[in-house]
Design a binder for this molecule. Sequence first.
Ligand SMILES: Cc1ncc(COP(=O)(O)O)c(C=O)c1O
Length: 458
Amino acid sequence: MADTIAGIPQGAIERVLEAERARFATHHPRSRALAGRASAHWLLGVPMHWMSDWGTPFPLHLASATGAGLEDVDGNRYADFCLGDTGAMFGHSPPAVAAALSAQLPRGLTTMLPGEDAAVAGELLASCFGLPYWQMAQTASDANRAVIRWARALTDRPRLLVFDQCYHGMVDDSFVRLEGAATVNRPGLVGQVADLSRHTRCVEFNDLAAVERALKEGDVACVLAEPVMTNAGMVLPEPGFLEALRQLTLRHGTILAIDETHTLSSGRGGYLRMAQLEPDFLVAGKAIAGGFPCAVYGFTAEIEQRIRGMLATKPGGHSGVGTTLAGNPMAMAALRACLEQVMTPAAYERMLSLAERLEDGLERLIEREDLPWHVQRVGARLEVGFSRVPPCTGRQSVDALPALLPDAIRLYLLNRGLVITPFHNMMLLSPVTPVAEVDRLASAWAQCVADLRLAARS
Ligand SMILES: Cc1ncc(COP(=O)(O)O)c(C=O)c1O
């Protein structure tokens, strides 16, 4: 039916959305006042322009974020399943990380030299992820950019291969998409003057034949990929896809860089470690230091040898890889504390069991209500998709993302003290999320469906 969105009448969604906007406005007078004040000096009234995209009538302003909860400036409390879109995957301000930062705070913020924490954190990274060599960056975007540069230098090849609808942060080379068989610049880019398709090729996730065709040209330095696509809804790799990707990259002399920034939710060491596969480079950011700004990239002993050789023979001058503040002692202290005391097997055990519980609750709702939806999960990370069959490619996933309905559901949940991720529907379970809140989230989804059905009859 033309006026039905993912099984729900459009009129009902619009009515619920309108009611929820009014409800939000009533319960957030101080947020409204701060938003008015901030709009005089911040672009769109927010420190980062995308913070205005939450779908609320005006930006929600927070007073604090602790454990798996948030409190806003109006005193409303929330169970947080967005968790800073992964940065706070282990809870807000994990006590061990907060203590390490407090101890470092009066002892230097940035020094351009390492201390003991660097040696220990290197050992911890190697044992956690199984890759022997590491470098620091401040964000996952920076880490991905660095990896692409190393890969091009090591292979003396120009091209990058990414999957359609991927997201790897503020990485110019990756902002392409597939249009028919052609790679083109993504629509919506701001101030991009380069034709990115000159140096990047794009193929569909799970399409091994297309990967092979692209690699056969012999000019691809690097494949940059998430092991599960998590930024276009959620797309899981088909059985054997990642194994074959590894084999193809080895066969064609292409470097495989795996971005585990979001899939750190899979388990200690990330998705590839679970799958017993070894990439050439691995990138992890966001939650790797408990939410303190920090990212890392690791690589094999073979890559380390090649980098050493290349650095020894290159002409002098800037390499163009690295930033001043990355590797600062605060980040090092947070990274060490997180790896040592927060990202523990016990933490993952709890996160995964909570995620299974929520998955079960949502799947039962979908079945009971015969909704044309599905649930995808990678470890502690879940996403509701609005198609009966889970997508195999980024394009299928994006095409199945409906207008309005996700916005209505998110705002409905927010107004009931439950925060899920904006832009899509990601829900993340931290080791400190209370079981009761998991059950409350599943019940609120059910109540939201019931209220949408009620609105359809009114
Ligand atoms: C898979 C992936 N890699 C990298 C990034 C970039 O992270 P940051 O914005 O912290 O640089 C993101 C951000 O969402 C991401 O989802």
